[in-house]
Design a protein around this ligand. Sequence first.
Ligand SMILES: C[S@@+](CC[C@H](N)C(=O)[O-])C[C@H]1O[C@@H](n2cnc3c(N)ncnc32)[C@H](O)[C@@H]1O
Length: 311
Amino acid sequence: MTVAPPDPGHPETQADAVSGTTDATPSATATARGAWQNRLAGRIAKLADKTWSQTNRLTKERIAHAAENVLPEIERTSAKLKEHARPERMKQDYREILHWLHERVLDPPKEQLFFAQTKDPVALSGLTINAITREYGHDYRPTPCQLFEWTLAAIDYDLSKLTFVDHGAGKGRVMLLASEHPFAAIAGVEFAEELHDAATMNIQQYPRSRMHCRNVECILEDACQVGPLEGEAVHYFFNPFSREVFAEVLNNLVVSYRQRPRRLYLILVDPVATDLVDESGVFARMELPTQERLKVRLFSPYEIAIYRSLA
Ligand SMILES: C[S@@+](CC[C@H](N)C(=O)[O-])C[C@H]1O[C@@H](n2cnc3c(N)ncnc32)[C@H](O)[C@@H]1O
């Protein structure tokens, strides 16, 4: 049988070491044990102090880190949340969703019918435009196809008596959507050469089987320079130019109407100056039929305004 050496840390062994003998008296052993216990208590106390100060330092460091990094992040996030909860911002977010819905879901079946694609916006800055109103023109972007159909539902008249005119025709999307309805004729005015060329190609290539009106033409001209049509017509504007140019085109229409009162419609998508139309004394605002009004209210990314001449 082997005997284990005395454990130098054990109180009995330490007490023996203090008394210098293994045969110490009980009182000497108790004194030595007391001394050892005091030293141990001292060490534990030091260790506790050290642990506390380390913990304290780490906690302080963590709090400082949080103050430096986490709190600003929390502030940024809550500012973002507040920003997104603002009614204006919520409207903007909803409008973006509607744009996505039209571009990705509702437009593609029609878009595939065009020879030159019509879906992507084009900045006027890179295009060939010989018109003094150039700087007042707005960049090309297409009318959402379904929105066009909804606005057309307002026309409470025999379409075959009307000419449809798109002021700022772009690549011809709206003209060709209109051609699927039985208008007497369809005209577009576009001042950017590249867009006019795309519109012309689209007119030439559009499936004839879909065209109820094949009398479709796009002219390369400044909308201010084109005299108003003599006959009854639908004038379509998808926010093509600034208020100044719109005022001039509207004035041409009003003068022509006064000379020969007749049925005219204005369809304004994303309008810039409805006040001018309201004050013209020639046009009265129209409501869409209930279904289309609801569709526009829920699913149109743009406001619309529709007018009919008083005659
Ligand atoms: C918003 S886009 C509308 C395109 C098309 N009407 C549609 O709804 O899909 C406006 C178009 O108006 C054209 N435009 C701007 N000012 C014009 C002007 N004074 N005369 C003719 N076209 C103009 C632009 O080149 C652009 O193609």
